[in-house]
Design a protein around this ligand. Sequence first.
Ligand code: ADP
Ligand code: MG
Length: 581
Amino acid sequence: MTGRIVEWGIFAALVAAGVGVAIFGSGYYAQTLFTATMLILLAVGWNVISGFTGYVSFGQVSFFGLGAYVAALVMIHLAAPWYVAAPVAALAGIAVALPLGLIMLRLNGIFFALGMFGLARIMEIIASSLGITGGPMGTTVPVAQSVNQCALVMVLVAAAALIGSYRLMRSRLGLRLMAIRDDAVAAEASGVNTWTIKVVAFCISAGIAAIGGSLYVWNVGYLDPSSAFTGTIELQTILIVLTGGIGTVWGPLIGGIVIAALSTALWARFPMEEQIVLGALIMFIAVVMPGGLMSAVSRLGWLKRAPIWGPPVDPTTLPPAATDEATSGPAAARREPVLSCRGLGIRFGGVVAVKDVDVTAYPAEMLAIIGPNGAGKSTLFNLISSFALPSTGDVSFAGRKVSGLPAHALARSGIARTFQTSRLFPLLTVWETVLLAASSLHASRAEGVAATTRILAEVGLLEHWAEFPDTLSPGRQRLLEIARALALKPRVLLLDEAMAGMSAHEIARVHAALRHAMAQGTAIIAIEHVLPAIAPLARRVQVLDFGQTIAEGIPRQVLSNPTVIEAYMGADYEEPAHGAA
Ligand code: ADP
Ligand code: MG
C-alpha cells in the first residue's frame, strides 16, 4: 500500500516538474521536454500491442505519420484547432488499424512484425504521391503559438496515457492481453477471443501513436513524408520501451527519461556518434538486461504490478470456504448425452491420427479414454474442443452442432479442457489465471472474484493465490490448470492426463473436485495413459489404438478384454492374469 503511494507520489512529482518546465522553461528546454514526452507517449502506445500483447511491431510509425497527416489536413482545410485535429487523428488511426488488424493479427508474430514494417513504407509512398498532402515536398501547417504550449499539452497527454495504461493493466482487458502474450492457445481455452482482443489492443495502440503524430505536426508546423514516417522515431520508441522494461506500465516512462537524458547529453557533445551509441545500447540491453531497468527495479521489490481484481482481503486469512452449496445437482435420472461425436477423423499428411471415432458423454458421469502412446487421444480432444478441425464427422454439444465454432466460443459455452503438457501463463499469478477464465463467464467483477475464490479454495490453491506458476510444484501446476477449466463452469470437462505427476494427496484433491463437479451435472472425459488414476471415478471406459476405438464398456470388462491387453502389451503377450482388474 505504501509502495503504491510512493509510486504515485513520484509520478505526480514528475508530472509537476514537467508542467513547471513547460510553463516557465526556455524555448530550448520546452522543446527538449516536448520531444521526450512525445517519445514516451509513442512508447506507451507501442507497449500496448508489443509489450502487453506480445505482438512486436516494426511499423508503429505508420500511425504516427498517419496522425500527423490527418491532423495537418484538418488544421489546414478545416482551420480547426489542435484539440479538434488530435482526436480526429486518433479516430483515423483506429479506423485504419481496425481492418488492418483484422488481417494482420491473423498472422504469426514475426509476419506481423514484417507486415507492419512494410506498412510504414507503403504509407510513406502514398503520402509522397498524393497531391493533397503536398507530395514529396511536404506542406506547411498552422503551428502552435509557442513551444511552451506544445510541451504543456504533450506532458499532460503523455501523463494521461500512462495513467490509462496503468488502468488497462488492472482491467479484464489487460488480463486478457497478458494471457495472449503468455500463451494464446491457453487463452483461447480460457474463453478469450484472442483475435478480437488483439485487434482492440492494436487499435488502442494506433490511436495513441496518431495523437503523437498530430501534436508533432502542430509543434513543427511543417510536414513531409520522410519526417512523418522516419525510422528514427520507430527505433527510438522501441529503444525506450526496451530500456525501461517491455510489457510494464512504467517502462516507457523510465526508459523515456533515461534515453532523453542520454541523447541530450550525447547530442550536445558528440552529435555524430549519437546514433552509434543508441544502436549499441539496444544490443547491450538485449543481451544483458532483456527485462530493461524495470527488471532491476522489481528485483528490489519496487513497482510490482498490482494484482488484477485482487481478492478483497488476503484470502489466506479467510475461514475455509463452505464449498458445498446444496449438492442437489440437476436431475441425474435423464440420460440424455450432453456431448456426442460421430465418426470423428483427422489425418496429418500420411498419418491417420483419428479415424471414425464416436464419443458420447453423459451429464454427471466420467468417461475414461485410455490407450497406448500415439493412439490419438490428445488429437481427439483437439477435435472435440475445436483446436483442430476434423476432416470427417461432427460434434454435437447440448443438442447443437458445434463443429467449426472457434475454441474460445466452445470454452465459454461449456466445453473446457486441460492440456497434456501444462499450458499455464508464466507471468500471471494463480489468482489471475483462474480469474481470466472466470471473467470469461461472469461479466461482473464481484461474481468473477467470488467464483475465483471459491474454485481456488476447492482445489486447495487459495493460499498460493499470489504465486506464479514456476514456483508451484508440478502437481499444483496441474491443479491450477484444472481450476482454470472449472472456472468456466463446464458442462463437459476434458482432462488430458491431468493427474500425471501428482502426489497421492493431490490426486485426492482432484478426485474431490471432480466428484463435486459431477455432482453439479458436469460430464467429464478423462484421458489417462493408465487406468488406475481414474478408475474409481469412471463409469465407462473407451480404449483407443491407432486412432480407432478398439473397446468400450465398464472398466472391469474393458480391462480384461484380450484386444485391449494386446494393444497395451504387444501381440506376443502371453496369458494375462485374470481378475486383476
Ligand atoms: P496420444 O495422445 O494418444 O498419445 P496423439 O493424439 O498425441 O496421441 O497423437 C496421435 C498421432 O497423431 C501420433 O502419431 C502423432 O504423431 C500424430 N500427430 C498428432 N498431432 C499431429 C500434428 N499436429 N501433426 C502431425 N502429426 C500429429
Ligand atoms: Mg496425448
